[in-house]
Design a protein around this ligand. Structure first.
Ligand SMILES: [Zn+2]
Length: 293
C-alpha cells in the first residue's frame, strides 16, 4: 500500500512538473487512484479510441480488442464510425492501433453491430475472434457464403454463466446481462464483457440497467476483479443513486460514459462531470485516451 501511495505521489509530482513544462500545450490529464488518464500520448499506456455510440477500440502492447465498434447509421441519435474509419478498422490500419484480434458485440441492435462490416473484418482477417450472443452469430452466418469464416465466431450461451476465451494473451469473459427495458427488448440477448489486456481490466455492459447487472456482476465477482475501466451507457450514470450503485456493484477506477447522443445537453454533460470524479464522456468520434496504471 505504502509503495502504491508513494508511486501515486511521484506520479502527481511528475504530472505537475509536466504541466509546468508544457504550458504551451493544452493538456487534459487527471490522476485518479493509481490511474493516469490523458488525451495526449503516454508511453506504454492502454489506448482507447472512440468509434461511435458504445464503440471502443482498446490496445496495449499490440493486443487489440474492439467492442461494439463495427456499426453503421441506425438513427440520428447514435454516433457511428465513418466509412474511412471502418476501412481502417477492417484492414488493421487504424492510426496508432495494431490490427484487431478480438471483436466483441454486446447485442444485435444496429447502433452496436453490423453483420456486413463484421463479415468484411473476417474476410480480411479470418483469425479474428468474434464474440457475441447466438443472435450475433446467426446474423453473420446468414450473409457468410464461406462457412469456414464462421470458425472463429463464438456464440456465448445465454445461461447466466461466465464464458471465457483466451488468445493472443488477451482474456475475454462474456456473460448474459439483460438488455434495458425487458418489456420492450426482452427478445434481445445482451452480453456484458470483462476484458483483460496485460493486467488492465475493462468492463463493457452494453445496453442494460443497474438492477439487471446485479446477478452477472455477482457471478463474475467483478467487484474484486479490480476494474480499471467501466464502459457504461449514460442513462445508467444519470440515474438517481448511480454514484452509490456503481461503487457497490463495480467499483471501477475510471468510468467511460458512452451511448451519448449528438444533442446531449450541456446540463447533462455537467451533471455527469459533477457527479463522478473519475469519468470521461466519449463524444468526439476518433478521440483517443491514454490510460496508465
Ligand atoms: Zn440496444
Amino acid at each position: 500500500m505504502l509503495i502504491k501511495r508513494i508511486t501515486l505521489l511521484l506520479t502527481v509530482l511528475s504530472l505537475c512538473f509536466a504541466c509546468q513544462s508544457q504550458t504551451q500545450k493544452v493538456q487534459k490529464q487527471k490522476t485518479t487512484d493509481y490511474l493516469t488518464i490523458s488525451d495526449t500520448p503516454i508511453q506504454d499506456a492502454l489506448k482507447i479510441a472512440y468509434v461511435g455510440n458504445m464503440g471502443v477500440l482498446l490496445e496495449h502492447n499490440h493486443k487489440t480488442v474492439i467492442i461494439d465498434g463495427l456499426h453503421q447509421f441506425y438513427h440520428k441519435n447514435y454516433v457511428h464510425p465513418t466509412k474511412d474509419m471502418v476501412n481502417r478498422l477492417v484492414s488493421g490500419t487504424f492510426k496508432n492501433f495494431s490490427p484487431i484480434e478480438f471483436c466483441l458485440f454486446t447485442h444485435v441492435h444496429g447502433d452496436h453491430f453490423s453483420e456486413r462490416y463484421t463479415l468484411r473484418l473476417l474476410e480480411a482477417h479470418p483469425e479474428v475472434v468474434i464474440m457475441g450472443s447466438q443472435q450475433i452469430s446467426d446474423s453473420i452466418q446468414k450473409i457468410a457464403k464461406d462457412t469456414q469464416l464462421m470458425e472463429t465466431v463464438k456464440a456465448i450461451p445465454y445461461d447466466a454463466l461466465p464464458h471465457t476465451i483466451t488468445k493472443h494473451g488477451i482474456e475475454v469473459t462474456g456473460i448474459q446481462c439483460y438488455h434495458s427495458s425487458p418489456s420492450r427488448h426482452g427478445q434481445i440477448k445482451n452480453i456484458a464483457f470483462l476484458v483483460n489486456i496485460d493486467g488492465y481490466n475493462i468492463v463493457h455492459v452494453g445496453d442494460t440497467d443497474w438492477d439487471l447487472t446485479v446477478a452477472p456482476f455477482k457471478t463474475l465477482d467483478i467487484k474484486n476483479s479490480e476494474v480499471d475501466l467501466a464502459v457504461i451507457p449514460y442513462w445508467m450514470l444519470l440515474e438517481r443513486g448511480a454514484t452509490k450503485k456503481i461503487m457497490e456493484l463495480l467499483s471501477p477506477k475510471h468510468i467511460i460514459a458512452t451511448h451519448i447522443p449528438p444533442n446531449f445537453s450541456h446540463r447533462n454533460h455537467a451533471v455527469l462531470n459533477d457527479k463522478f470524479q473519475n469519468i470521461t464522456l466519449l463524444t468526439q468520434l476518433g478521440e483517443v485516451l491514454y490510460i496508465k496504471n
